[in-house]
Design a protein around this ligand. Structure first.
Ligand SMILES: NC(=O)c1ccc[n+]([C@@H]2O[C@H](COP(=O)([O-])OP(=O)(O)OC[C@H]3O[C@@H](n4cnc5c(N)ncnc54)[C@H](OP(=O)(O)O)[C@@H]3O)[C@@H](O)[C@H]2O)c1
Length: 398
């Protein structure tokens, strides 16, 4: 039986890897909807190859441009095209499987819509859990959705956890989870040279090919901080049971430590098609196209403690998790604004952590009860981050 799939953010790094895996199994999966924001030519190309029923883009102009491209061929003329956030939520409710792979806070409402509609949700958009963890997990439960982690670390933990009543659970058998981190491109760069890092240097990850925003987050280790928060919600664990360990080879994707001292690790080449294939087929296994692991060629695996002086963003994320309520949403919003400013060349690399720390100090932490509360918190943190940026850039100009 084929299952229909909606891919939110199909033109991104996770989106294209998902289409690669899906195309290997035409007997199992049929693409229902694809979505992009501005990359219309790439989306048109994907539509020609995968023939979805629907496509969604970010604006009316982008929809018009896509219509022109798809009308050029009789095979793609029937594809329904829409634009905007409401259409994203609509297609998120429709696929039997939904890959939530839009980058950033903007991806959260559609991921939540898929959870509420009881879909099999493949969650790459970690921001959904960082911003609205309690609401999201509640939506999964009440909607009857199946939530499967795509982040390679969380997918690894999911694979190493024990079963309780047929479901994975970090119950009393588990003492803690160990999230591995590559340490990114600046693990060994002198701390005094961190301020002159360029956007291209920050995006040149040693092991993973990813979108630019998550690449910068990996370089600051904010990505690992967001993953700690994501793990708290996915596995219902307190921060004291979530530890980060640097592992530069990115071969062990994370580990689970049991109370008897056993540590189970999931290993593989650093290629997102493995967690994607795992989550698509779970509990079965399907081929992903990932080349086999050659341990003799890798020869050694190294581990070290993260250096919080070099990577203050990781400490800020733990602080936000300890504070709870809206603090992680504030952290996420401030980081998105600061990373965008860094990528535009407006602030230096080390100023990212400064902006986030300042916004976390300034914006009051409250308890969000509804999606609208989360969106309001997000907006307020963004305003505070813009003010912090204006002061940072004015200070640098003086
Ligand atoms: N890349 C990885 O290896 C990896 C690993 C683990 C987790 N993740 C998570 O997966 C998510 C996606 O990451 P990525 O690296 O695939 O990102 P990416 O390559 O930047 O792709 C992002 C996707 O989101 C779309 N998008 C951007 N802004 C949007 C908006 N305002 N409205 C609707 N769609 C929008 C983009 O469309 P356009 O192409 O038209 O701009 C693109 O399809 C992130 O949450 C990231 O943290 C990624």
């Amino acid at each position: 039986m084929t299952q229909t799939i909606t891919i939110l953010g199909s033109t991104g790094s996770i989106g294209t890897s998902t289409l690669d895996v899906v195309a290997r199994h035409p007997d199992r999966y049929r693409v229902h909807a694809l979505t992009a924001h501005t990359r219309v030519a790439e989306l048109a190309d994907q539509c020609r190859r995968h023939r979805p029923a629907r496509a969604v883009v970010g604006s009316a102009d982008a929809a018009l441009a896509l219509r022109r491209l798809l009308d050029a061929s009789p095979d793609t003329r029937a594809i329904e095209i829409d634009h905007g956030p409401a259409a994203l939520c609509e297609v998120a409710r429709e696929g039997e499987i939904v890959m939530a792979a839009i980058v950033g806070a903007v991806g959260m409402p559609a991921a939540l819509a898929a959870a509420r509609a009881g879909r099999r949700v493949l969650l790459a958009n970690k921001e959904a859990l960082v911003m609205a963890g309690a609401l999201f997990i509640d939506a999964v439960r009440t909607g009857g959705a199946t939530l499967l982690p795509i982040d390679s670390e969380h997918n690894a933990i999911f694979q190493c956890l024990p079963l309780a009543d047929g479901k994975v659970a970090a119950d009393r058998r588990v003492s803690r989870i160990l999230l591995t981190a590559s340490g990114g491109p600046f693990r060994t760069r002198a701390v005094e040279r961190m301020h002159d890092v360029t956007p291209d240097e920050a995006c040149a990850h040693p092991n993973w090919a990813m979108g630019r925003k998550i690449s910068v987050d990996s370089a600051t280790m904010m990505n690992k901080g967001l993953e700690v928060i994501e793990a708290r919600w996915l596995f219902d664990l307190g921060p004291e049971r979530i530890e980060v360990v640097i592992h530069p080879q990115s071969v062990i994707h994370s580990m689970v430590e049991y109370v008897d001292g056993s540590v189970l690790a999931q290993m593989g080449n650093p290629d997102m098609r493995t967690p994607i294939a795992h989550a698509l087929a779970y509990p079965e296994r399907i081929a992903s196209g990932v080349r086999p692991l050659d341990l003799a060629a890798i020869a050694r695996l190294d581990f070290e403690k993260p250096d919080l002086e070099r990577f203050p963003c990781l400490g800020l994320a733990y602080d936000a998790l300890h504070r709870g309520d809206s603090a992680p949403a504030i952290l996420n919003a401030a980081n998105e604004i600061a990373v965008a400013a860094f990528l535009e060349g407006r602030i230096g690399f080390t100023a990212i952590a400064d902006v986030v720390a300042r916004v976390l100090d300034e914006v009051a932490v409250t308890t969000p009860h509804h999606l609208e509360d989360v969106l309001a918190i997000d907006q307020s943190a963004r305003r505070s981050a813009h003010a912090a940026l204006d002061e940072t850039t004015a200070g640098a100009a003086r």
